[in-house]
Write a protein that binds this ligand. Structure first.
Ligand code: SAH
Ligand code: SF4
Length: 383
């Protein structure tokens, strides 16, 4: 079987070339061809010898996932359905704003964690994505957006297209449940010979797998967002069931360790320089569910809970989906919740819902896949 070189980061590629009797610098050349030039044909990689091109053709490939549909919302948000194999597809979303463009990347086909308010979780789980399938979402989106960007520059079009300035691992799945592949894909995103993002421009969102948060700090301390959604264990056990395994106290301790140590970590293993030493903070995500977690009392308990951790709070209006059993809190309730947190000294923002018309807002991503848990066929009751 041919080896898909898109699965390999720079270290793997160096080993791969050493095994072929080649010098390690070939890894750098190949990464540039694959990720910067988006070149998939070895015969067109002109600084490789013809012999090496032939060897690569006989044992390897550069294979990206394929987009099978593209939907564009009135606010410019783009959602791609990406086919990863004959039965599974995942979703990738691009969110353009005035001064930045954010790509929301999926980590798994579905999600095994069953958070009560999440459409992806409700759909069940099939498998982890490979490194090539994760980084391939960035490969594909940047290829399309860069060509649109050039087009709009040359034709002087009015609608300015943003390049991808930020990446959020907030698509389908729990990134820390696919740890190895996600970290390797992020290493490629950080690699100066590939995409060269700084670690602060990549955010990983997790429902709170505590041991993996600690591992991430050592391996690759990107910006961390934690899906908290409840200020106490009783409620969080119901909304985010992984809380039964890693309760709030242990999660808060891990967050504190992460914020403290990430702020003095200059660089990521094997990647380019990131000289910024600004203090790191954790972003706590809190989905606003009417009558469930949005009271004045709960805002006060939350404020007390977060007092030790350098953080900001991002309130996410609940994005509805069919048979969810939840309702979004009213705007007044969300503002009241925000104001309480602000009065206690927190930076607290309300996330603007983007691309809801094309079901691309947080928690609405469902892809199309064969569930292996049997959950898709169950009518899972909400709270
Ligand atoms: N599994 C990871 C990342 C993917 S979900 C995590 O849970 O953090 C990205 C964010 O969307 C999370 O904060 C998640 O809690 C939130 N989310 C899930 N379903 C939602 C919904 N229906 N409305 C609003 N936010 C939702
Ligand atoms: Fe999985 Fe995140 Fe959805 Fe929970 S919120 S089910 S962890 S994708």
């Amino acid at each position: 079987m041919l080896k898909n070189l898109l699965n390999l980061d720079s270290r793997d590629l160096e080993e791969f070339f050493l095994d072929l009797g080649e010098k390690p610098f070939r890894a750098r050349q190949l990464i540039r061809w694959m990720h910067k030039e988006k070149q998939q044909k070895f015969s067109l990689m002109t600084n490789l010898s013809q012999n090496l091109q032939k060897t690569l053709e006989s044992n390897s490939t550069v294979e990206t996932p394929r987009a099978i549909s593209e939907k564009v919302a009135p606010d410019g948000t783009i959602k791609w359905l990406i086919e990863v194999d004959s039965v599974n597809s995942v979703e990738t979303v691009f969110i353009p704003e005035k001064n930045r463009g954010t790509l929301c990347v999926s980590a798994q086909v579905g999600c095994a964690l069953e958070c009560a308010f999440c459409s992806t979780g409700r759909q069940g789980f099939n498998r982890n994505l490979t490194v090539a399938e994760i980084v391939g979402q960035l490969w594909f989106a940047s290829k399309i957006l860069d060509s649109n960007l050039n087009l709009s520059r040359t034709s002087m079009q009015e609608n300015i297209v943003q390049p991808i300035s930020n990446i959020v691992m907030m698509g389908m799945g729990e990134p820390l449940a696919n740890y190895r592949n996600v970290v390797k894909a992020i290493q490629i995103m950080l690699d100066d010979n590939a995409y060269g993002y700084s670690r602060r421009r990549i955010t990983l969102s997790t429902s709170g797998i505590v041991p993996s948060i600690d591992r991430l700090l050592t391996d690759c301390p990107v910006s961390l967002a934690v899906s908290l959604h409840a200020p106490d264990d009783d409620l969080r056990d119901q909304l985010v069931p992984i809380n039964k395994k890693y309760p709030i106290k242990s999660l808060m301790e891990a967050c504190l360790r992460y914020a403290n140590r990430a702020s003095v970590t200059d660089d990521c293993v094997g990647t380019g320089a990131d000289v910024s030493r600004a203090k790191d903070y954790i972003t706590f995500e809190y989905v606003m569910l009417a009558g469930v977690n949005d009271s004045t009392r709960q805002a006060k308990v939350l404020a007390a809970l977060l007092s030790d951790v350098p953080c900001k709070v991002n309130l996410i209006p609940f994005n509805p989906f069919k048979d969810s059993g939840f309702k979004t809190s009213s705007l007044d309730t969300i503002k009241n919740f925000r104001d309480i947190l602000k009065s206690k000294g927190y930076v607290c923002t309300i996330r603007k819902t983007r691309g809801q018309e094309i079901d691309s807002a947080c928690g609405q991503l469902a892809g199309s896949f064969k569930d292996k848990t049997g959950r898709q066929s169950l009518n899972v009751p909400a709270l």
